[in-house]
Design a protein around this ligand. Structure first.
Ligand code: MG
Length: 271
């Protein structure tokens, strides 16, 4: 296992963002983009040049999509991922554009939040989603890539079922252990018993369980939440995971930098 960090492409301040990764002492990152207009050949050249200059390897491209996104238990069902029918077609195209952009960068893993995958496999929404995801996954496959689900909005067994039913052979999981807790869906250590063999990238993030029925739990600094990192890392080692641990801290400013650096030291001690 080795450490990386999340990098945002959104403001197109590419050189400065990658310099920061280098200054933090990382050699790996996930590149995340929510602005579809950033998928240009100019951006490809900028990112390639920055990776070369600072000796950074991108493990996965985290692909956002257009339209509203509200991360809660109410509007989340109607705004996130490929679940809402009114955005589904546009977002399939967004993910395909991300796949093409990644291919030009030589990145072989695409990650996204597919939305609240339905627990009921007999529902029509479930079969529509399986079909929509299969379209995107096959597109990634033709580009020589794996398609990874960001965890959190569904139980681990539902995600496993979707992977089996999509069945394109190039599917994996970007396990965000904090998300499983923030959404109250599972203990991430135990979730590895269910879908561990599909984990291909990981967000090192921590959080607390929801304490009411209406809001997600709170994201907190690594080591101060409910993810049992010593057991989590030990279990990853046990199942043979040898990929990246990408530190994600969803705040900004000086505190974010401080937390990332402290998390790096903490995780280095565990891996
Ligand atoms: Mg995440």
């Amino acid at each position: 296992m080795y450490l990386g960090v999340m990098v945002r492409l959104d403001d197109m301040n590419v050189d400065a963002r990658f310099k920061q990764v280098y200054d933090y002492g990382f050699k790996h990152c996930q590149l995340c983009n929510w602005k579809m207009e950033n998928y240009t050949d100019e951006a490809v050249e900028l990112v390639k040049a920055a990776c070369e200059k600072y000796g950074i390897t991108i493990t996965s491209l985290w692909c956002g999509w257009e339209g509203p996104r509200i991360w809660n238990f109410y509007e989340g069902y109607h705004t996130l991922g490929l679940v809402p029918t009114e955005y589904r077609y546009a977002r399939i195209k967004n993910l395909m554009a991300g796949s093409d952009f990644a291919k030009k960068l030589g990145v072989s893993q695409i990650v996204t939040h597919a939305g609240y995958l339905p627990e009921d496999p007999t529902s029509s929404l479930y079969s529509e989603l399986v079909t929509a995801i299969r379209v995107v996954a096959n597109y990634c496959k033709a580009n020589g890539q794996s398609f990874l689900f960001e965890t959190g909005q569904e139980t681990p067994v539902t995600l496993l079922r979707v992977i089996e039913d999509v069945g394109t052979g190039n599917l994996g999981i970007n396990l965000d252990p904090a998300n499983l807790i923030l959404y109250g869906k599972a203990n991430p250590v135990d979730a590895l018993d269910i879908f561990g063999k599909y984990v291909m990238d990981i967000h090192a993030k921590d959080g607390l369980y929801p304490t009411g029925g209406k809001s997600l739990g709170k994201e907190v600094k690594i080591g101060s939440g409910k993810v049992d990192f010593p057991r989590f890392i030990a279990k990853l080692r046990e199942i043979g995971y040898d990929g990246p641990l990408t530190i994600e801290r969803e705040i900004s400013g000086e505190q974010q930098i401080k937390d990332i650096m402290e998390s790096k030291v903490y995780l280095e001690g565990l891996i």
